[in-house]
Design a protein around this ligand. Sequence first.
Ligand code: SF4
Ligand code: SF4
Length: 109
Amino acid sequence: MAAKVIDRYKNVGNVVEEFTKKKRRPRQMAVVDEDNCTGCRICIPFCPVDCIEVVPVEKYGIPIPPVQIRFNECIGCSLCERACTDLAWDAIRMIDTTVFEEVYGIPID
Ligand code: SF4
Ligand code: SF4
């Protein structure tokens, strides 16, 4: 049992110790399904550019709000998706950047 749990952590990768910055337009964007996000924050320390933040409490007026992504800082590495799927709740999807721009109307540099 313990070995299985450790294997799941190995799949995710390491928690970030030093942040980096975006250098080019990513091929994919991470999108949080807010209705599915428990607000557990497990994904946050896995983001290498520190672009996942908690939605302000006043937006929904609930004690544990979901997280959101500052899209123009995301490098599309998918570590948050793996962390959420393997360790939490499967609330993050990776979407092709061009499709993301069309669907959400947010231009990505
Ligand atoms: S790990 Fe998943 S469920 Fe937890 S805060 Fe991040 S997106 Fe939400
Ligand atoms: S895909 Fe990578 S850079 Fe983008 S939010 Fe997730 S962990 Fe951060």
